[in-house]
Design a protein around this ligand. Sequence first.
Ligand code: PBG
Length: 330
Amino acid sequence: MIRAPYPTARFRRTRSSAPLRALVREHELSVNDLIWPVFVCEGRNERQAVASMPGVERRSVDLIVAVAREAAELGIPAICLFPNTDASLKTEACEEAWNPDNLTNRAIRAIRDAGVEIAVMTDIALDPYNALGHDGIVRDGRIVNDETVEALVRMALAQARAGADILGPSDMMDGRIGAIRAALEADGHQDVAIMSYAAKFASAFYGPFRDAVGASGALKGDKKTYQIDPANRNEALACVGRDLSEGADMVMVKPGLPYLDIARAVKDCFGAPTYAYQVSGEYAMIEAAAANGWIDGERVMIESLVAFRRAGCDGVLTYFAPRVARALAG
Ligand code: PBG
């Protein structure tokens, strides 16, 4: 990048007023970039605050329809559903995951029946349904890959049949994208998209989420035998390439801000639709600091999301989605 030496070139010239700053702005955050993750719980007209995620609530299916409507009115293109499954329904075989009438599938149908024009994304992983809290089926203390993939396929088909638009496998088993894609094609769901959590790291930033879906109590041990070591960049890129070659339509990096180098590398290497998940721990840190008056929460929220655009992301899953949409609308 060539620039004349000072004082012929002065970078402050193009920073000197709002109109000039607008003209040279390289990246823009838009409501089109937002996916809003929402938590679903049992009941009617039920709202439950998530203690570790101030401002975030679990809502019953009837209220989720209102959330979908609110999102659509704000121009948010997609919401992503996460169920807080009743502990009595959690088993080691995880059958509730593919129950056509489980919380997620009821929520999808309710949104579809209400005719809300929004893309509905789901999560594919067994942890909300697993008595042992893991994303896969546990046998003799090990998370078994291929048997889990069979369960994930059943789960994916149930979600597609309920009317989901984007399926998000977040489990990190090997071979699940190809298996799910083939099953979707065979079952007549050729237009249901897959957003693979392709580069998902074994992160401590997921803590508040596990509270929100009620999985923290059940989980024994950690997820290091299936999620990627935070130290590994090449492995993350290999996983993204593998998932794209198995039929992922969109790929995701997760967590978000601490992994922006991965997002940039994914976009540059593959040029595919690339997303990042600004996860629960990232949200909680910003909210906690803002609540203490240590940072300006609104400004940090926007700045953090612009950073994803700068790193090459086409969109971001963020709990801030409705607030950002309102802020952008002025
Ligand atoms: C579970 C799943 C997790 C998140 C999304 N899907 C947690 C985990 O892997 O333990 C985390 C989202 C967040 O922290 O906001 N498969």
